[in-house]
Design a binder for this molecule. Structure first.
Ligand code: PLP
Length: 387
């Protein structure tokens, strides 16, 4: 049986280090904000080149904290992609702001900069003719952009950063899947005004529970983030200067992450090997589209996702692979604007690329410990079916 993500091979490799790190935490007993938290934040800052890192309780809370630090609230329009995990848009709605969905690029699956520009103009002019806008009763004001580095590939920051600057919009990079990726050597999570990531076990850098981090070069924003993380504290713990959260990362999880960081670069390299092998063997299968990574970009390969020619051939291929003991997943079967939770936005058929991809996309097993023989078995099964 082939696993979709195999954490066991990694566990054996890091077991001694993890156990040593955890024992240290058990011995010092500082389970909340222990010394491992500061050590981890420094390592993450070094890794990404960000000036400040605030670790936190999850990738979702990282996004929530980022929006809170930017004072996002009712009346604010926050632009993002509908082809992502619910968390990206959920935090916008939680704060009473309105998500403005922007379709994706058909090749990268990331937000389309041309559509983003149109969406900003549409909100400015309050015109659904320029871009599909959600149903809203009160006027909306462009307030922020959240890009997602889907499947580990950074979004097109070469175009998106200047676009946000020109419109005076802060940019949040949802790097939950892209920690370890980069563009021309600049690391994922360091783009825009604020970057966020997730340490959920299945992400490229995962802990043994929930965790996340927020990255920024802005000193003032960072101060707000560290305050929001602990109930809006001021200088003293019981001096509350704003409404915040309990959103700390556990010391235990920081200890696990420190052990995992030691081998992380090696794992990112291993993911490149796996992805290249897949692409090499599958690129000529006529009925499939393999992922494209443009020059200068490095994907963290959280997922290796392909497109079939239509929905029914995807179902047939998935069933065939399942029979052969090869697990596949669909990220994402339903874009967010079509989710029940967002029915009130009345955007049912508004973003054709996201809608089309959700019908044809599927992901194959991806982790750094996937052996060449297993990759060959998977590719052979796909080729036999689709060839
Ligand atoms: C996983 C994920 C999140 C949420 O991270 P959690 O740690 O599970 O809260 C947010 N955005 C994207 C794109 C994700 O893949």
């Amino acid at each position: 049986m082939i696993s979709f993500i195999d954490l066991k091979a990694q566990k054996e490799r890091i077991q001694n280090n993890v156990e040593r790190r955890i024992k240290t935490v058990l011995d010092h007993g500082r389970f909340i904000m222990g010394p491992e938290i500061g050590e981890l934040e420094e390592r993450l800052a070094d890794y990404t080149g960000s000036k400040h890192v605030t670790s936190c309780s999850s990738g979702t809370d990282a996004l929530l904290m980022a929006l809170m630090a930017l004072n996002i609230g009712p009346g604010d329009a926050v632009f993002t992609t509908p082809f992502t995990f619910m968390a990206t848009a959920e935090v916008i709605s939680l704060l009473g702001a309105t998500p403005i969905f922007v379709d994706i690029d058909a090749v990268t699956f990331n937000i389309d900069p041309d559509q983003l520009e149109k969406a900003i103009e549409a909100v400015h002019k309050d015109s659904s003719e320029i871009h599909p806008l959600p149903k809203h009763d009160t006027p909306l004001k462009p307030a922020a952009v959240i890009t997602v580095d889907l499947f580990g590939l950074p979004a097109d920051y070469g175009r998106i950063e200047p676009l946000c600057e020109a419109h005076g919009l802060p940019l949040i990079e949802d790097g939950a899947q892209s920690f370890g990726g980069s563009i021309n050597g600049k690391k994922a999570c360091s783009f825009g005004t604020i970057g966020t990531t997730s340490f959920f076990p299945a992400k490229p850098l995962g802990c043994y529970g929930d965790g996340g981090a927020v990255f920024t070069d802005d000193e003032e924003i960072n101060e707000k983030l560290t305050s929001i993380r602990v109930h809006g504290k001021g200088v003293e713990k019981y001096d509350n200067i704003r409404v915040g959260l309990n959103a700390r990362l556990d010391t235990m999880q920081a200890a696990v992450l420190l052990a995992k960081l030691d081998i992380f670069d090696d794992e990112v390299a291993a993911r490149q090997r796996v992805a290249s092998a897949y692409t090499e063997q599958l690129k000529d299968v006529a009925t499939l589209t393999t992922p494209t990574v443009e020059d200068g970009y490095v994907s963290a390969w959280a997922q290796y996702s392909l497109l079939t020619s239509d929905e029914s051939s995807r179902s047939a291929l998935q069933a065939d692979l399942k029979e052969a003991g090869i697990p596949t997943m669909i990220y994402y079967p339903k874009p967010l604007h079509q989710q029940t939770a967002y029915a009130s936005l009345h955007l049912e058929e508004s973003f054709p690329v996201s809608e089309d991809c959700s019908k044809r996309i599927f992901s194959v097993p991806m982790h750094p410990y996937l052996e060449d023989g297993t990759i060959n078995t998977i590719c052979q099964a796909i080729t036999n079916f689709g060839g």
